[in-house]
Design a binder for this molecule. Structure first.
Ligand code: FES
Ligand SMILES: [Fe+2]
Length: 416
């Protein structure tokens, strides 16, 4: 079912220039060789040459195509065979042979691939982030996880872990009264509303906003098939989206994109990506965006920091904390042994939503949600304070779809 969606396959800078080195790309367990031809166009061909199966990774990227070094067959970005120099000159065999290729588009600094069944690929999802011009407040972070995409995604829609994994060491008073962080620290057991949407599902987690007339709501989304929008900052100001793209069932590339006013003076301390200690990419199928901190070295946990209250975990930074915990569950968590509580209501909702779409896809061939509706991806997430009794969905419609600008001071959202 996931094949029916456009998927980020690699970062454009992994193919930095025309005729640069080809890159091994694993996507949904399938092996491709990505290359940028002489004119700058990107192609993704099945890794094995259609002649006798040599890997095109060893190919020569030259003069408008990738040439297999075994017998010299050469293919363009669309898989067309341009040259078959070991066949007689009068042969038209090359016109009958194609390398398997998939449609690709470059957008928002990423190379997107379509592996789906429709003859004409659907439109790209209209994620607001990708309309943003490169700027100082626009960023994309990529890193690899040694676990299944869904268990990592479930961490994003489980907002109650924020008060423990990332901020469990913080005393309430570190956050100024009236700020979102203060509300969150004062009540670490929020209540939830969840709802199915045309793009997936949304939740609003709410708790008192420092008085009994108002509630602080954290509103966030799951979007088919593997996107989340987390409740960072002030609802309406930020355009964040995270994609968790399976390399295969047990390895995931996380693309974390954000733009807009993200209050970066995080009171919770080190929220940067430095803690992941990313390694230079290698050409291995699993060599992209790996980290030197892994389960093998316990993510270099600092037990002293954990003990003395500098950090709840002793792990360096929010992204590393999330990654370590996602991977610590094992490559694919056996959900039969879980005990879900009321804070897991969004996790439950999303699993049901995915299973329902999967059943309709398998049983009746129904295309899953969002494939042909790019505009449903125009969503924003974040925090907002509403009067007690206000309907969280109607009150935030314009902030969520970007038609209304927030009036609250973004400083209130610092640290969350
Ligand atoms: S295997 Fe590639 S040209 Fe023969
Ligand atoms: Fe987290």
């Amino acid at each position: 079912m996931m094949r029916e969606y456009w998927m980020p396959a690699l970062v454009s800078t992994e193919l930095p220039a025309p005729d640069c080195d080809p890159v091994r790309v694993l996507l949904l367990g399938e092996r491709f060789i990505a290359f940028r031809d002489s004119s700058g166009s990107v192609g993704m061909l099945s890794a094995q040459c259609p002649h006798r199966g040599a890997s095109l990774f060893f190919g020569r990227n030259e003069d408008g195509g990738l040439r297999c070094v075994y017998h010299g067959w050469k293919f363009d970005v669309s898989g067309r065979c341009l040259d078959m120099p070991n066949e007689p000159a009068e042969s038209n065999y090359k016109d009958k042979i194609r390398a398997k290729s998939v449609p690709v588009i470059e957008r928002g600094g990423l190379v997107w691939a379509y592996l789906g069944s429709q003859a004409e690929p659907p439109p790209l999802p209209a994620l607001e982030f990708f309309d943003e011009a490169p700027s100082e407040t626009r960023s994309v972070h990529v890193f690899q996880l040694n676990c299944n995409w869904l268990q990592a995604l479930e961490g994003d829609i489980d907002t109650s872990h924020f008060g423990f994994l990332h901020t469990g060491h913080l005393k309430n008073e570190v956050a100024p009264a009236g700020t979102f962080l203060r509300h969150m620290l004062e009540d670490r057991a929020p209540r939830y509303k969840v709802v199915d949407t045309e793009f997936g599902a949304s939740y609003g987690a709410y708790r008192p906003a420092g008085n009994d007339q108002e509630l602080y709501w954290r509103i966030a989304h799951y979007l088919f098939p593997f996107y989340t929008m987390i409740p960072t900052g002030l609802l309406g100001t930020t355009k964040t989206v995270t994609a968790r793209v399976p390399l295969d069932d047990e390895h995931t590339l996380v693309y974390l994109a954000s733009a807009g006013e993200v209050a970066s003076d995080l009171a919770i301390g080190d929220s940067t990506y430095d803690g992941l200690k990313l390694l230079p990419n290698t050409t291995d199928w699993y060599g992209r965006f790996r980290s030197s901190r892994s389960l093998d070295n316990d993510y270099e946990i600092d037990r002293e920091a954990q003990r003395n209250g500098r950090s709840f975990t002793g792990l360096e930074g929010v992204p590393l904390e999330d990654r370590a915990i996602n991977e610590s569950m094992g490559a694919i968590l056996d959900r039969r042994h879980e005990h879900l509580g009321s804070s897991d209501v969004m996790v439950i909702r999303v699993r049901r939503r995915i299973l329902r779409a999967l059943r309709a896809f398998v049983d009746s061939g129904d295309l899953p949600p969002g494939v042909n509706e790019p505009d449903v991806y125009r969503q924003r997430s974040g925090g907002v304070v509403l009067p007690v009794g206000a309907d969280w969905l109607t009150a935030t419609q314009g902030l969520r779809d970007g038609t209304e600008a927030p009036t609250a001071d973004p400083a209130l959202a610092a640290g969350v």
